[in-house]
Ligand binder design. Sequence first.
Ligand SMILES: [Zn+2]
Length: 237
Amino acid sequence: MNPKSPSESQPTAKSDEIVVFMVRRETKCAECGRELFDGSLLRLEDDRPLCLDCADLGHLEFLTSGNTALTRRATKHSPLRAVVVQWARARKRYERQGILVTPAAIDRAETECLADEEQRVRQRERAAIRRAAEDLEYESAVGRKLKELFPGCPTESTVQIAAWTCRKHSGRVGRSAAAKEFDPQALRLAVIAHIRHEHTRYDELLMETGDRAHARGMVRDEITKVLANWERNAEMA
Ligand SMILES: [Zn+2]
């Protein structure tokens, strides 16, 4: 007898569940004589294989495992249901393949899951908008701090440095708690990097020679001069 007796399937099925077997070796329905090919479903009644029609389960639809929410909801909505198992040779045990439930139960479960999906998408969208707004707020706060420390820094540069600094630290958990962007020393380094790349010939020099130390040496005095100007009041810019 190909399908193991139902008692052997107990580990995968609760006692109140109707168990249906996925055929692995061809057999015949004991009542109507229909051929049950590999992959078709049968129920065992007193060790007699029955096709689904003869087992009064023919009106049910197979819902394959994988979508937990859908399975849970379809199970809840179906007045009659069965668990589909298949013998896994390698693991020597029955494994759940899905459930048999009414088509109406699947429809209802799908509708509910779709409704949830939309809700989840909307929640994600709202969160993204909120994060973007927080980022902008944060950037302008860092910009204000920069203006305070470097009053001579042109607004355009302030905006660029703030954006770059925030981007560098974005995704940080509890960013306001970290507040690395507000550390004067960190801000100073960001400003120096900005001056080096935007207000000196550093990038060209590095491109030409590939020598970072040399290029830095060439622009050091220029950076010091610009930095000193920016640290003084706005008129000196
Ligand atoms: Zn039959």
